[in-house]
Design a protein around this ligand. Structure first.
Ligand code: AMP
Length: 331
């Protein structure tokens, strides 16, 4: 099955303490789409300006990434610039130029509207909702977000949560959203957030029994919290819980896009291999997401993902399996 990916398509300038590169291909949708494409066909939604390289459309075609939903307009492509500290975890945004993004209104091609799996990569929650509104009941919706939206458009984000099956966010964002210092408590609270909003604002039910039933069916069923080099946590119904480490990399060149690639890997794996998503599928999806993110950071921009093979993904997946075993027979 295909996965629809919407998000930003950008030209990035990235500075680490040792290197700086400008006008690199980036954006949440580019990382997420390429990550997902290893497991399933992708339908991409976004916007680019006249300065966007034509060669990228050819590359997408070669990777079964359908770009019919990418609008090409006059003006400059969205630009983002960021700088990393020595730990490569701390990042400061140096500048953002919205350019063609400023008036972006995603319009889904007819052929996209019945896609079963959706990944709402990081963009404003109102745009994420706008895409969902044009779809015919997708089976599984994954959404990624960032601190900017939690701080500036919180009610849009809360409204989106009722339609989301899996919400992905990073540890500091989860803390920010819940004002909890414990990630375990934060994860549990976010799972309940969609329903709480709906309870007060959306059900418009006078009967509490009916409201209760409706509420149970809304809000993100699953939450994945990324902890960068410390792995990720997964929360599900009935206190289901899973935790995995990150791949211990020797060389990190550019952490940009790791989160988007993680989300793309998860959504692509689910779309490509699972009919009805269960918690155990999400455990495996989270490992594939982590594997892809670990490759992403080995080079600037999307370069490592472009040359990545399924064999390399498979080998690292097996290493993850070995890394998490602690009861092994003595030799
Ligand atoms: P990540 O490292 O996973 O947080 O993703 C970095 C990517 O997100 C970069 O390629 C940026 O172009 C893109 N990005 C940064 N800020 C925004 C924003 N406000 N909205 C959408 N995309 C953004």
């Amino acid at each position: 099955m295909s996965v629809l990916v919407v998000g930003s398509i950008a030209l990035d300038t990235v500075k680490t303490p040792v290197e700086e590169h400008s006008d690199l291909l980036g954006g949440s949708a580019c990382y997420a789409a390429l990550g997902a494409s290893f497991f399933s066909p992708v339908r991409l939604v976004g916007i680019v300006g006249h300065d966007f390289p034509e060669s990228e459309f050819q590359f997408w075609k070669s990777r079964k990434i359908d770009s019919e939903g990418v609008q090409r307009v006059n003006g400059k492509t969205f630009r983002w610039s960021g700088e990393y500290a020595w730990d490569l975890n701390t990042r400061e945004t140096r500048s953002i130029a919205l350019n063609v993004f400023e008036h972006f209104e995603p319009v889904l091609p007819e052929s996209y509207r019945r896609t079963d799996f959706v990944l709402l990569a990081n963009i404003a929650p109102s745009l994420q909702s706008h895409v969902l509104d044009q779809m015919e009941r997708p089976r599984f919706v994954v959404a990624d977000t960032m601190d900017l939206w939690i701080k500036t458009t919180r009610s849009d984000l809360d409204a989106l949560l009722r339609s989301v099956d899996l919400l992905i966010l990073n540890d500091s964002e989860a803390r920010e959203m819940t004002k909890e210092t414990s990630l375990i408590k934060a994860g549990r609270r976010i799972r309940k957030m969609g329903p709480r909003y709906i309870a007060s604002e959306m059900t418009k039910e006078t009967s509490l029994i009916k409201a209760g039933r409706r509420i149970r069916k809304m809000g993100p069923r699953y939450i994945a919290i990324k902890k960068g080099e410390h792995g990720a946590l997964l929360f599900g119904e009935d206190d289901q819980f899973f935790s995995c480490g990150a791949y211990p990399l020797e060389d990190i060149h550019d952490p940009t896009g790791a989160g988007d690639t993680f989300a793309g890997g998860m959504a692509g794996y689910l779309a490509g291999t699972v009919k009805k998503v269960h918690f155990n599928d999400l455990r495996r999806a989270m490992i594939y997401g982590s594997v892809l993110a670990s490759f992403c950071v080995e080079a600037f921009s999307l370069e490592r993902l472009r040359s990545l093979s399924m064999e390399e993904i498979g080998r690292r997946y097996e290493t993850f399996k070995l890394m998490s075993q602690f009861e092994v027979p003595s030799a």
